[in-house]
Design a protein around this ligand. Structure first.
Ligand SMILES: Cc1cc2nc3c(=O)[nH]c(=O)nc-3n(C[C@H](O)[C@H](O)[C@H](O)COP(=O)(O)OP(=O)(O)OC[C@H]3O[C@@H](n4cnc5c(N)ncnc54)[C@H](O)[C@@H]3O)c2cc1C
Length: 447
């Protein structure tokens, strides 16, 4: 399609100031926080309402134009990047809190709101949400539930997917659908599992391939009376995993983070929240568990409090060496040690020297993370990172790992391991039924 016709058609939907084909602006949409290859979109369009998203999608279908939904572009798997000849739909204009329902403890937001904005508003009213990513100033709710992301709160609240009660989404042909109890036109969202199968789940983990999330309703919780943090260190990964598991299965903490585990001494923070008395009691139980191990040190609260205070601005020292290639997947407790060791072997094999391994445990297993750093101008180093990442993704799946965020990065490896499964064929059948023209975030997940 002629670029001017495209521009004018999109302007007719969203207004003159919310679409661009200017080369220098398009360049800023060619990357996210990954090391994925850059693609320049034909246009970037910024809808202001669900109906505008629907009209853009209908137009894209008529003209078979691929679409990539994008929030803050802070994810690490290339899922929000355009494909050749495609456009980017950026949700950041849709950043309103539609309803804070204190009676039913839910909050309904537009998809493009950042966690920073949402949490600040809730805290003022004495409320909080369960899970938020460290990249909270850029990350949007719509994207985070679509990955589905994890973050502060993993032990108590598990993942963002577990916090979602319902969504309003635009399907790949442009239809608008409400899920959860809001599927009943006489109702709002207050419960997820209702009126039929859990269609909310179709959008969680789908990263836009089944449609664009336009609104979401999340659970919210009273802001805790007390938030307590303390730091420990333990010698040996085996003991560390065992400690994390025992704390997590008893649901004693809100969050556990082990941001640097590439030495023999594993430093970790625990974060307990609740009523003062509850926090005191849980603190004692946590210490009882940790003190059963011989090589443990109590490092006090000062450093973990500093980390807590900066939690939305940075993730500590990990990113100082430049943009990182990230490998991030879940493993059950029974395989965490193996997973960390296998990833380290591959990192070493490919000669990647600047990296950090991390664990962020949950109730049944842990997020296993490897951040590989590089100097963007060093092509040789970048190639080492690419080849290490390829083997790591393949190995992670063979170990039984589950990447929560797939984007385009994991797509070929998921296809390779899963193409013959019933799950894959069912997912593709749904995709083809909803998106016969294959325009919605093509290539993500491997479809
Ligand atoms: C410093 C830093 C720390 C981070 N910490 C965490 C963390 O603790 N936990 C964590 O989970 N992540 C973390 N991340 C990754 C990322 O910031 C979050 O997952 C964030 O929520 C992604 O939001 P985004 O709007 O930037 O997503 P984008 O990068 O814009 O998009 C991510 C994916 O979602 C899809 N998508 C976007 N919007 C929609 C929509 N409305 N409907 C359907 N699909 C959509 C995109 O197509 C893409 O596939 C971190 C990133 C950085 C840079």
């Amino acid at each position: 399609m002629d670029i001017n016709i495209l521009l004018n058609r999109l302007k007719a939907i969203v207004g003159d100031n919310s679409v661009t084909t200017e080369e220098f602006i398009l360049q800023t949409y060619t990357n996210d926080f990954s090391v994925s290859p850059s693609v320049v979109p034909l246009a970037v369009v910024r809808p202001g309402t669900t109906e505008q998203i629907s009209n853009i999608v209908k137009f894209a279908n008529e003209n078979k134009i691929p679409i990539s939904p994008r929030g803050g572009g802070s994810a690490q798997e290339g899922g929000c990047l355009a494909v050749e000849g495609g456009i980017v739909i950026e949700t950041l204009r849709m950043d309103r809190i539609l309803k804070i329902d204190e009676e039913n403890s839910t909050v309904t937001v537009e998809a493009g709101i950042t966690f920073g904005k949402l949490m600040a508003a809730l805290e003022k009213k004495g409320w909080k949400i369960g899970i938020a990513p460290s990249g909270a100033l850029a990350g949007t709710v719509g994207a985070h539930l679509s990955r589905p992301g994890v973050g502060w709160g993993n032990v108590k609240y598990v993942s963002q997917g577990d916090q979602v009660l319902g969504v309003k989404a635009v399907l790949p042909m442009g239809d608008i659908v409400s899920t959860g109890t809001a599927a009943n036109p006489h109702s709002e969202v207050f419960f997820r599992y209702a009126l039929g199968p859990d269609l909310t789940g179709l959008f969680i983990g789908a990263e836009g391939v089944y449609g664009i999330v336009a609104e979401a309703t999340l659970r919210m919780y009273p802001y805790p009376e007390e938030i307590y943090l303390e730091r420990f260190s333990v010698k040996g990964l085996k003991d560390a995993v065992s400690i994390f598991r025992e704390i997590a299965i008893h649901n004693l903490t809100c969050f556990i983070s082990a941001p640097f585990i590439n030495s023999n001494e594993i430093v970790f923070d625990i974060n307990i929240e609740g009523f003062k008395k509850e926090v005191e009691a849980k603190k004692e139980e946590v210490r009882k568990i940790i003190n059963k191990y011989s090589d443990v040190k109590f490092l006090g609260s000062d450093e973990s409090l500093k980390f807590w205070e900066n939690r939305w601005y940075n993730t500590g020292l990990e990113f100082v060496d430049g943009i990182a290639g990230v490998i991030n997947f879940f493993l059950p407790y029974s395989k965490i040690e193996l997973g960390i060791n296998e990833m380290r072997i591959l990192i070493d094999k490919h000669g990647v020297t600047k990296y950090v391994q991390q664990l962020f445990p949950g109730p049944t297993g842990s997020e296993v993370v490897a951040l590989l750093f590089h100097n963007p101008s060093d092509k040789e180093e970048l190639n080492k990172i690419y080849s290490a990442m390829e083997e790591m993704m393949s190995k992670a799946l063979i170990l039984g790992g589950a990447p929560y965020s797939k984007g385009r990065q994991w797509a070929p490896f998921l296809k390779e391991e899963m193409e013959e499964t019933g799950y894959w064929s069912m997912s593709k059948t749904i995709k083809m039924a909803l998106d016969p023209n294959g325009i919605m975030n093509p290539g993500v997940i491997g479809f």
